[in-house]
Design a protein around this ligand. Sequence first.
Ligand code: AMP
Length: 143
Amino acid sequence: MNVASILKVKGKSVATARSDDTVQDVAQKLASRKIGAIVIVGDGGHVVGIISERDIIRVIAEQGAGGLGKLVGDVMTKNVMTCSQASTLDQMMSVMTQGRFRHVPVIEDGALVGIISIGDVVKHHIAEVEMEVTAMRDYLATG
Ligand code: AMP
């Protein structure tokens, strides 16, 4: 199983914002779309950062409600770990576990073509394990 097959099921739409949006703008987008992270894009749509609910909690913990007025560019993570559509489920699990984050933007030929969350990874991993168990049971039953 790879990222391309996950995107085939979930679609390629990605929520994005810009560095000069406020944290409040992004918090509203996260809440209305019921998602945990937003990719920050620059001119030409290339990825310049990512901001997740954790970054927003951190800025509020440090600065109180005033943190909501800060610019996304000052709060986001700039060194974004990305993957390609050829990346495997195992690679995604390892990248997310080692990096301790739950979202990975998918880049193809320099363009943002999707995002994979830990929820997508877990869902497809369970489906894969269930298929293996079914195949093993069939083999034992007929063998
Ligand atoms: P998350 O688990 O996705 O809520 O993110 C936890 C922390 O990791 C936050 O500070 C995010 O900005 C950061 N983060 C999320 N995704 C990535 C990524 N793909 N590459 C680098 N940092 C990330």
